[in-house]
Design a protein around this ligand. Structure first.
Ligand code: NAD
Ligand code: UDP
Length: 315
């Protein structure tokens, strides 16, 4: 049995990961301060004997040496543009001081740390699809920089702790991921469109909707993260995401079809520095991890629509 720490484990990706690892029989400790995560995401895990929750802000030092942790999934950070731009200086502190605290813990415990970086390190990319070798095109004084640059510097920290202190590290660049337990209020496109469609409200398309993204279903992402943690002698960075690129307008139309909604589309201004095209090159993940997303977009959206239908009934 591994003893695994998940920072940010009450969030969307973290809570799905915690659930999966517990099902596999691992011992899981979640640290979270509910900055963007929710108690209800981990409530059902509290009764599990091999699960422990610690409420803690990772900006403060982590004193967990006695827990004999051997793996750390470091996910704590606001992730959606709405959340990470709410308090940009805090976003920087969480990713920088928080990552230093996690790496110091790993140095003491010799645990392997997997850092959840992001496709945002490529900024508004000029290369398509984006391979890991692409160094990106980030506006470092723009409104997204608090997240993009903090994640880039956190990758630097990971590499320096590896080079100088021999900490065992892994870096994953996560591309847009969706599925059950996304926060309904975090402003991401999939949750916004589904909730708007289910409520019969207009779908808010930013810009003319021609900007592209790819969408990876949560179960595939969890599978990739676990494979990366288990991979021998491979520290990344590695892209994880769906390679199926589509425009935001096409996503809106697909969600209207799947929800059988009569909602209209309303066009709003495109936020500053919103990437115009994004699509991962996942050949490295294929080669090193034998990983490929399996759940197609329609199937994943159907499952997510069911989740939000139930949620709207309860709330
Ligand atoms: P999320 O907001 O649902 O989860 C983040 C969790 O971190 C929340 O539970 C939050 O409360 C916690 N947290 C934030 N600050 C904290 C602090 N100071 N101390 C302790 N806990 C703190 O986001 P998510 O979508 O689950 O993202 C998880 C990670 O994956 C993030 O690091 C994010 O940058 C990265 N990522 C996600 C996506 C995506 O599409 N979801 C894409 C790229 C990268
Ligand atoms: N978007 C949109 N309407 C919304 C929310 C987002 O058109 O209600 C667009 C946004 O401008 C971006 C894309 O959808 O081009 C993905 O946005 P999201 O916030 O989900 O993630 P990002 O990839 O920008 O981090």
């Amino acid at each position: 049995m591994n003893r695994i720490l998940i920072t940010g484990g009450a969030g969307f990706i973290g809570s799905n990961l915690a659930e999966k690892l517990i099902k596999k029989g691992e011992y899981v400790i979640v640290i979270d301060n509910f900055y963007t995560g929710k108690k209800e995401n981990i409530f059902h895990l509290l009764k599990e004997p091999n699960f422990k929750f610690i409420e803690h802000d990772i900006i403060l030092p982590l004193k967990l040496e006695d827990e004999k942790i051997n793996q750390i999934y470091h996910l704590a950070s606001p992730a959606s543009p709405v959340h990470y731009q709410r308090d940009p200086i805090k976003t920087i502190k969480i990713n920088i001081q928080g990552t230093i605290n996690v790496l110091e813990l790993a140095k003491k415990t010799q645990a392997t740390v997997l850092f959840s970086s992001t496709s945002e390190v490529y900024g508004n990319p000029l290369v398509h699809p984006q391979p890991e070798s692409y160094l990106g095109n980030v506006n470092f004084i723009g409104p997204r920089a608090c997240y993009d640059e903090a994640k880039r510097l956190a990758e630097t920290l990971m590499m320096e702790y590896y080079r100088r202190h021999k900490v065992k590290i892994k870096i994953v660049r996560i591309f847009n991921t969706y599925g059950p337990r996304m926060a309904p209020d975090d402003g991401r496109v999939v949750s916004n469109f589904i909730i708007q469609a289910l409520k019969g409200e207009s779908l808010t398309v930013y810009g003319d909707g021609s900007q592209t993204r790819t969408f990876c279903y949560i179960d595939d992402m969890i599978d990739g993260l676990i494979k990366m943690m288990q991979a021998k002698d491979f520290l990344g960075p590695v892209n994880l995401g769906s390679p199926k690129e589509l425009s935001i307008l096409d996503l809106a139309k697909l969600i209207l079809k799947l929800t059988k909604s009569n909602s209209k589309l309303v066009f709003k201004p495109l936020p500053q520095d919103d990437p115009i095209r994004r699509c991962p090159d996942i050949s490295l993940a294929k080669k090193e991890l034998n990983w490929l997303p399996k759940i197609d977009l329609e199937e994943g959206l159907k499952r997510t629509i069911e989740y939000f239908k139930e949620k709207l009934k309860k709330d």
